[in-house]
Write a protein of this length. Structure first.
Length: 99
């Protein structure tokens, strides 16, 4: 049996208390891991870029990404110090469980 993280959905409940997601917002999720949190809010926003340093986690996030979200959620291999975006702007930045 696989251990399920946050089955009570506390992460998204607390995130919703501090972030007002809107359909047009561009979100940068630093330390997106396997996309576990990404899938909980992505349908509420305009666009998500998830960055993660662990390639294995990115592979899982890409494989698990629903096909209808391919243009709405993208992932990049990067760390939070050297983001690969020189001219991108984001409305929200999320750092969940990131070091």
């Amino acid at each position: 049996m696989t251990k399920q993280k946050d089955p009570e959905r506390n992460e998204i409940k607390f995130l919703d208390q501090f972030v007002d997601f809107a359909a047009s917002q561009r979100v940068l999720e630093i330390g997106c891991g396997d996309g576990r949190l990404t899938w909980r809010y992505v349908r509420s926003v305009g666009y998500v870029v998830g960055v993660e340093i662990e390639r294995g986690d990115l592979r899982v996030a890409t494989i698990d990404r629903p096909s209808d979200l391919a243009d709405k959620a993208v992932f990049a291999n990067a760390d939070s110090i050297h983001l690969p975006f020189s001219k991108e702007t984001f409305d929200i930045a999320i750092l969940a469980w990131s070091l």
